[in-house]
Write a protein that binds this ligand. Sequence first.
Ligand SMILES: Cc1cc2nc3c(=O)[nH]c(=O)nc-3n(C[C@H](O)[C@H](O)[C@H](O)COP(=O)(O)O)c2cc1C
Length: 407
Amino acid sequence: MTEIVLGVTGGIAAYKAVTLLRELRESGVDVTVVPTSSALNFVGEPTWAALSGRPVATDVWTAAQDVPHVRLGQQADAVVIAPATADFLARAAHGIANDLLTNVLLTAHGPVIIAPAMHTEMWQHPATQANVRTLRERGAIVLDPDDGRLTGADSGPGRLPDPSLIADMVRELLRSDRSRTGLDLAGTHIVISAGGTQEPWDDVRFLGNRSSGRQGFALARTALARGASVTLVVGNTEDPVPPGCTVIEIGTAEELRVAMHDAIAGQDPDVVVMAAAVADFRPVTSGEGKITKESLDGAAPQLILEQTTDVLAEIVAKRGSATRPVVVGFAAETPHDGETLAERAQAKLARKGCDYLVANEVSGGAVFGESSTSILILSAEGERAHLTGVSKADAADGLWDIITADR
Ligand SMILES: Cc1cc2nc3c(=O)[nH]c(=O)nc-3n(C[C@H](O)[C@H](O)[C@H](O)COP(=O)(O)O)c2cc1C
């Protein structure tokens, strides 16, 4: 049975940790809640006790014979702190152990995930940012807060991410093979494009594709769980974006192109993964509002397409002879003319010049919107992995395994 400590600190978002606790319990995780004394001003001990089904550990002095300040951290498969106050981040960054939760943090053997929540000024204060940097450097996974409505009428970065998305991250951390990978991507910055582009035909219609963004999101979630920092360039998805990523939203292939180049130039990432389904063609538009039946006077509408820029090839060309970033392309293929998926993928890898190509067969609409996939990972050395009928998270881990092994 998996055992986690849920630390709750004294922020207004403490009530959302109740939902997080429920989700974790429903996933079959045993949870010991450790609220700070300030947190108990927001949500009382009986709520935590009833929902966790356990006594709540609140201080280092109760049941001292069990040495809870050491035992809880040592026994936990993971420690999750949500919400984390500015005060808690400061104490944690400096190794202060003046309550039970900070003691647990110093004795934790497993991964630590921290979800800060506070007013924008507190979040952006250089002291808080320095504390977050310190905690990340030490291997804690600190999720960036969401940008949105805060306690009062004000809004900005500082909001606790959706509890169910935090629960997804915790589940990702607890996946059985996470103890194998550990934080092997710590210190690595990765830019990932996910989702699909939409190319306007007129003011109300567009050409899109069936990408759900799930593979890109799985790449982001698994990379975060392995300690990386992630920027997601996201187009037109319905699934919620994983918390903890820097998010840049795009609509069209051209917007994606600009966002990718800006992210690469501005962030100097170690790895770039082009998992988004980028349109190869876009309608040549007249730019004159909505095309109506009346305006066509009974004639069939003409949809004229032009090619978009090949963003992957452009990224590789811009990198030139430099060794970073490592560039990964994704290719959704429908093999034909007797060519196998592997042959098409190898030819594409050579044509694009990227370091790795992840190919999947999408004949008949397979893969898009599904939670499982089958992929072929190729590099210049040839076929590196063939994963069939795996979850998109396992597929993502398969790619990170190869990239970390090659570094
Ligand atoms: C109504 C109210 C809301 C608060 N919300 C937050 C918050 O969202 N984030 C934060 O960092 N501090 C917030 N604080 C301040 C913390 O409660 C205060 O810094 C406290 O010392 C934190 O203690 P802890 O870190 O031990 O839980 C709030 C205080 C009050 C009275």
